[in-house]
Design a protein around this ligand. Sequence first.
Ligand code: COA
Length: 260
Amino acid sequence: MPTYETITVDRRDAVAVLTINRPEKLNALNKQVHAEAVRALDELKADETVKVLVITGSGEKSFIAGADIREFQAQTPITQRDTFHERTLFNSIDTFPKPVIAMINGFCLGGGNELALACDIRICSENAKFSQPEINLGLIPGGGGTQRLTRLIGEGRSMEIMLTGDMIDAQTAYNFGLVNHVYTAAELESKTMELANKIAEKAPIALQLAKEAVKFASRSSLDEGLRREVDLFALCFSTEDKQEGVSAFLEKRKPVFKGK
Ligand code: COA
């Protein structure tokens, strides 16, 4: 197992929990976090025992308080462009083939919100706060926020968040469809793990193809999306897990999926 300084990776049976671990800086994303998390994602992608990934921040106050603002001081347009044109953490999450759940335990700001947006499902605690505060720094989001937030919650709501930089609370985020569930801080982890474990029992290849199909919806026309869905649906028929799922239903027993 590789060692990391700014993240931790904890395997809990079929669910891996990746924690951004800079609580003294509210888990702000610096270059080291980016590099280590991308490395960990590569490793977790290849690990067949991992079926679902949960991403969270350490401590009770913050999920991720955004990009590390201190690092912006030395960035030039060219170095910043290179950083975001290279393989980014946001894209590594977006293209991660297994389900990814953001467990949001406090401040979810800027790049933190963009990271959560790259995940498949977002769950937060009652004390979570969300914003894209880049405008207050004379910036705009650069980690996918303008595109992913707008596709998720619509242009008007997204505009207000981008243009004011104001924080919204957990209930508002829920009402906007930014998060799927809001729990008390005490319940957040157990409820998130319950959902992660439920998903982890499903057929892994079908999970991967379902993700691909759903993600394609906001990146294609309806006709292209429907065609892609049919192809991916048909691809499921090549798996042993489809045989197992259908047989188990007909034999009135629980399926045992193998990821084959
Ligand atoms: N980048 C770098 N450091 C950050 C950070 C960020 N995005 N967010 C917080 N920190 C650091 C603070 O500088 C402080 O470090 P210090 O103790 O060495 O001074 C530490 O984390 C604790 O933050 P602090 O501001 O003291 O906590 P707070 O409870 O008073 O305020 C926030 C919390 C989230 C409101 C405030 O930290 C903040 O506005 N952070 C920046 C958010 C942001 O603009 N993110 C988007 C960047 S594009």
